[in-house]
Design a protein around this ligand. Sequence first.
Ligand code: IPD
Ligand code: CA
Ligand code: CA
Length: 275
Amino acid sequence: MTQIDSAEFPALAEIAASIASRVGHTIREMRAQGVEIANTKSSLADVVTAADGEAERLITAALRKARPNDGILGEEGASVEGSTGITWVVDPIDGTVNYLYDLPGYAVSIAATVEDGAAGTMSDGRRAVAGAVYVPTLDELFEASEGGGARLNGRTLRLQESPELALSLIATGFGYTAERRAEQAEILRHVLPQVRDIRRLGAAAADLCNLAAGRIDAYYERGLQPWDYAAGVLIARESGATILGRDENTLPGEALLIAGPRTLATDLRKAIHLA
Ligand code: IPD
Ligand code: CA
Ligand code: CA
């Protein structure tokens, strides 16, 4: 296992931020010209636009230039083996359905991850140590480095004390296959009666950043992939959020990821009944 010097993390966050905002501007300009569906993935609802592929190509090229020896893992297929111990995990457009419909909440998410097994490791074995999420339609740049705090357009984010579960606004999301959605509907059936309300904003990375910015009280989702959460979890955690998995013995990740102030996240986990 390669140990990475934590003094490097802020510089990695700067790289993520500058590439995310540059590519974010590009995909917004592309959207103004229209949108083209290039493919579908897990179901007919799971579309890939031409911009998803183009954004991932741009991000990969920029990362290769800035950090030629690092690995890269991208949602749309980017896969580069590295030799430094750092792997960049990329979601070129998180919230593709928002992008398709020209709804504002899509984001570019880029995280530098390591696999050293330290606290904060996710169920995919990785831990983001630096990352950025850029929401082009709002010109909002979220970035964080481990131990260095989280910022929105340069302003430090600190999570406030949370309300009790019954008064909490909870964001969540849904996957693309019918089976996954049936499970998610079952979870929601238990959660919805116990909270103030639910928001389904359409981009997991932005949900986690909205938590850091105090715009929702907590977030949970089942079925997330590393590119959905890598940067967002770091930003939420650095703002003071606790990240939980489905139970004490399971790392957060695909089975379940809960993010929020500690007490609320713990109460939310109790409210989520998993089959
Ligand atoms: C999706 C979004 C959505 C979440 C899904 C993700 P994509 O990512 O983050 O909010 O609910 O689980 O797959 O497909 O738009 O990159
Ligand atoms: Ca995603
Ligand atoms: Ca995506």
